[in-house]
Design a protein around this ligand. Structure first.
Ligand SMILES: *Cc1c(COP(=O)(O)O)cnc(C)c1O
Length: 970
């Protein structure tokens, strides 16, 4: 590839250039905006915003800009280097048929994938219902009482389960987790890495020989086991309960359609991967992990929980429940650091269950089980011993050391993947996509490629696939009407569109979320995700089949290293939070390798995002809080004092740059130098990289590690709360410690940490999104996008500063890529709070900015470069319109209680009710601007009460009667 940067000529941008498609304001609109700010060129403006001492003056060496067609054609060639074999590897990843109606209308549909995390419940009822379906499915299939709306993957879900059990039952002397050796190896490794950081002792062994004593706070079992065995663990769970411990079970939702759910035989927590419910394997992800437990542990549950509440009229309404558990509030005392999870994928898995219903799922499970049974019977005819009598989809075959060679050779010829469990022992895992022909091929493969003298029908006829009494599921599941109504495609399509219509996403308008960078997720970037060469690969397929992926990873790692100014990159972490944890573990490993394992103090500024302290604790650090000054910058004197005070044990500083207040702190290099002088390493939270790409580089500022939220800066869509990716870049001294993986050694050095994810490259199948973005923009285009992002934010700040105070500013009175509007002053005079503005914005056709972070009672606005000047002006109009509505209250012309802001949002039902008692008009309520008359987006419920729902937590589909409106006074 030729790496010649091409200058973007403003006048003659080629018609097929992607850059002006990605960047909202045209060049002439930028000139108008610059004029409003008093600058005559974008570069002069950027020179004024970005302190000279942090400036990157080069051009990113990520190649020239290329058109959509060029990049997709090049990526086709890369994809062609991946080989899609039939995989019978299992290990938590299975072939599945994504129902096409779900593939096209959810997975490939921007109305679903561009939505934000449902913090604003009134405009998110669609995906909240979809998530409630998912939770209901998990609760029913596992036999437990409460489930969350997804975690990142099965391995980390098991680690979170360990953390919950330890928090509930553990102590300094009760700190042993017994782990069954027949859990998936990646699960064991992720749990072991997490345990080591937390001081928990993990003992891996045969569950039949567990020594359950008072030191044990939990056991981790797998049902069915990684080799397919189904074991009766009733006696073991009783033993664990007798010593006051908890039983954690990793399981498989499809198997649980036929098997007694763990919740019915004593499990306290059940985790697993819902991937095989219609989500492609994607070489490791993304898919939704599930997590279910008993009601008594609800306050310790990691991740987000969707619950039923009511709106101010008493109508049922969904929202995220028990949010006070989360890191945003609990910080270093949080139950977990998980923020972005896997919403889009849990929506898909839940829809798969809605579409098939309990009868359909049972049929699929029975067919899978019958195929496994036929496979086993055929292999016995061929003289192989099948180890286990009770299995679901995976059979364990003893083949002998010699046979194994021939079988593997034949498998290669048939282009199929098998698993060698240990020398002489193999497993074969079948799934929904396995055909009779596949089974026949497998027989031939085990017959060293020679034909067999029986066929599927012969064998299947005398296979008994019924489970023995102890294991057979008798309890019903998915009895709620939702799982029985939408089995025709017409009904399903309409159901999904009915939900979609309730949700505000980027297809409607700007989602100006400070810190969360909701920019364009271009169609060209999304298209490769569902190419079979990316979607259909098993994560543990031999690396020789994934050369296309290897090239993609290499190039992306190179480009991200270039963007961050670092020496190495790991693509393993599945979200920003996981990048933080991984980066901090890397720092700990570095200190330990230098004989300084005692360096476990982590300095974190007051204003940090909640995931920072939560991750630090997970990685085994103690948190020391550093003050921020009146301008929102780190208080350098306090930092120096704390660094000196803790010099002997200083491990790290976590710092967000530009700051969470949206300001380029000019003293950042001094700050990183202070940490280095005192023996610490600097972790930079890169969530705000959208203000830096091509303009400033963390590595040049003295940072040693930085994560990137690819679902913020690099165009992976938010999916309504996930997926995401949080790769880390590190300086040279930390490269040897980057995470590796126990099954596929991605980073083959003995000093490597980890793993931090179940799959070696995390959610590999969404990496093409960031790749395509970087390649289409080119090095100069990336920097240009950053500059316009900063311009857009400053334009908004400038236009609104006369109406709302702009809280923090950097040099020359300018902000970075976001600005904080201070709405606290409205409380006294008008009784209006930031939340009222957030809800009223819905009436104006907007999603609210970030509410009360990093400063309580404020709104943080980040427009991104993708929003056009017209959209910015519309937002400005809305904000000014609301300020006038507030002024009317201040003047006494509008009522302090009964006004358009306090009653927001207004629904169509409310506005068209026969009775209208408010002192303002229906027009004022619903159509405050010309745009709203043309493109009205109606919230479907009125303001949702959170406290009521938290007191009466219902996190599964409620009985249908609950949907009848109840009086508010109830
Ligand atoms: C979004 C964000 C994170 C967490 O990232 P996730 O991908 O949601 O885990 C951390 N820090 C800051 C400042 C963020 O904005």
């Amino acid at each position: 590839m030729v790496m010649v940067p091409r200058t973007i000529s403003p006048a003659v941008a080629a018609v097929d250039s992607f850059i002006p498609r990605h960047v909202g304001p045209s060049r002439s609109e930028q000139q108008q905006m610059l004029a409003a700010l008093g600058y005559d060129s974008l570069d002069a403006f950027i020179d004024a915003v970005v302190p000279e001492q942090i400036r990157f003056r080069g051009t990113l060496n990520t190649g020239p800009e290329r058109s959509e067609a060029e990049v997709l054609a090049a990526l086709r060639q890369i994809a062609a280097r991946n080989q899609v074999y039939r995989s019978f590897i299992g290990m938590g990843y299975h072939g599945t048929h994504t129902p096409n109606v779900i593939l096209r209308n959810i997975m490939e549909n921007p109305a679903w994938y561009t939505a934000y995390t449902p913090y604003q419940a009134e405009i998110a009822q669609g995906r909240l219902e979809a998530l409630l379906n998912y939770q209901t499915m998990v609760i029913d299939l596992t036999g437990l009482e409460i489930a969350n709306a997804s975690l990142l993957d099965e391995g980390t879900a098991a680690a979170e389960a360990m953390a919950l059990a330890f928090a509930a039952k553990g102590s300094a002397t009760k700190n042993v987790l017994l782990v069954a050796a027949d859990c998936h190896p990646q699960t064991i490794a992720v749990v072991a890495a997490r345990a080591a950081a937390r001081g928990v002792t993990v003992t891996v062994g045969d569950a039949r020989e567990f020594a359950v004593d008072e030191r044990v706070f939990g056991v981790l079992l797998q049902y069915p086991g990684t080799d397919g065995a189904i074991v009766d663990y009733r006696a073991l769970t009783e033993q664990v309960h007798a010593v006051g411990g908890m039983a954690i079970v990793a399981s498989d939702l499809l198997a649980l359609c036929l098997l007694t759910p763990p919740g019915e035989w004593g499990a306290d927590i059940v985790v697993g991967n819902s991937q095989r419910f219609g989500v492609p394997m994607g070489y490791g992800g993304p898919h939704a992990a599930f997590f279910a437990t008993r009601d008594e542990y609800k306050r310790l549950l990691p991740g987000r929980i969707i619950g039923l509440s009511r709106d101010v009229e008493g109508a049922p309404a969904l929202r995220m429940a028990l949010q006070t558990r989360e890191q945003h509030i609990r910080r270093e005392k949080a139950t977990s650091n998980v923020c972005t999870a896997q919403v889009l994928l849990s929506v898909m898995a839940g829809m798969y269950a809605v579409y098939h219903g309990p009868a359909g799922l049972t049929q699929i499970a029975e067919r899978v089980h019958a195929r496994a049974g036929a496979l086993a019977a055929g292999l016995e005819r061929l003289g192989f011993a099948i180890t286990h009598e009770q299995y679901f989809d995976t059979i364990r075959v003893e083949v002998g050391a010699h046979g194994q060679q021939d079988i593997l050779a034949a498998a290669e010829a048939y282009r199929l993947n098998l698993r060698v469990l240990e020398p002489g022992t193999m497993t074969v895992s079948v799934d929904e996509t396995t055909t009779e022909q596949d089974i026949a091929d497998l027989w031939q493969v085990f017959n060293s490629g020679a034909a067999v003298d029986f066929n599927y029908a012969d064998v299947a006829a005398d296979v008994d696939t019924r489970y023995d009494e102890r294991f057979r599921r008798v309890s019903p599941f998915l009895t709620h009407p939702t799982f029985h109504r939408y089995h025709s495609e017409t009904e399903m399509l309409r159901y999904m569109y009915a939900l979609q219509a309730r949700d505000f996403s980027l297809v409607h308008g700007m989602i100006p979320l400070g810190s969360c960078t909701m920019k364009l997720n271009a169609t060209a970037e999304m298209i490769p995700v569902t190419w079979p060469e990316f979607g259909q690969l098993h994560p543990f397929a031999p690396r020789t089949q994934a050369e296309g992926y290897a090239q993609l990873f290499r190039e992306l790692e190179h480009d991200l290293a270039e963007v961050t100014g670092f020496a190495g990159v790991s693509l393993q972490p599945n979200a920003g939070s996981q990048g933080e944890y991984a980066g901090l573990l890397v720092i700990r490993a570095y200190h330990a390798a230098r004989g300084e394992a005692h360096r476990t103090v982590c300095l974190i500024p007051q204003s940090a995002h909640g995931t920072n302290p939560a991750s630090a604790v997970m990685a085994g650090f103690g948190v020391v809080v550093v003050k921020t000054d009146a301008d929102g910058n780190i208080d350098v004197d306090d930092l120096r004092a704390k660094a000196e005070q803790h010099a002997a044990n200083l491990g790290a500083l976590m710092v967000t740059y530009p700051s969470t207040h949206g300001v380029f702190e000019a003293r950042i290099k001094e700050i990183t130098a202070i940490i280095h002088e005192h023996g610490g390493q600097v972790y930079m939270d890169g969530a705000n990289m959208n203000a830096m790409v091509g303009v400033s580089r963390p590595g040049d500022l003295g940072a040693d590690v930085c994560h990137l939220n690819l679902h913020k800066t690099f165009c992976i869509p938010h999916g309504g709360g996930g997926p995401g990716m949080g790769p880390i870049g590190v300086a040279a001294q930390l490269v040897p410690f980057l995470p590796t993986h126990p099954v596929i050694a991605s980073h083959d050095v003995s000093t490597a940490i980890g793993p931090v994810s179940a799959a070696p490259w995390g959610s590999a199948s969404i990496l093409p999104i960031s790749y395509v973005y970087i390649k289409m923009m080119g090095g100069e285009g990336l920097a240009y996008a950053t500059k316009v992002a900063i311009l857009n934010a400053n334009y908004i700040a400038k236009q609104l500063e006369g109406h709302y105070p702009v809280l923090y500013r950097g040099q020359n009175g300018l902000v970075a890529h976001e600005c904080i509007l201070d709405t606290r002053g409205l409380k006294g005079a008008a009784g209006i709070e930031a939340e009222d503005l957030a809800k009223r914005l819905m009436d104006y056709g907007f999603h609210a900015p970030t509410l009360s972070f990093p400063v309580a009672g404020t709104l943080m606005v980040e427009p991104t470069e993708s929003e056009s000047k017209a959209e910015l002006d519309r937002f400005i109009e809305a904000m000014i319109g609301m300020r006038e509505e507030i002024a009317a209250i201040e003047r006494g012309e509008a009522d302090r209680e009964d006004n358009v802001l306090k009653n927001a949002p207004h629904t169509a039902t409310h506005c068209t009710a026969d009775a209208w008692t408010h002192p303002y008009t229906r027009q004022q309520a619903a159509y405050p601007t010309a745009w709203t008359r043309d493109r009205k987006f109606w919230p479907t419920v009125r303001r949702v009460e959170s406290a009521f729902g938290d007191r009466n937590l219902v996190c599964a589909c409620p009985p249908i009667e609950e949907y009848a409106p109840a009086p508010v006074s109830a």
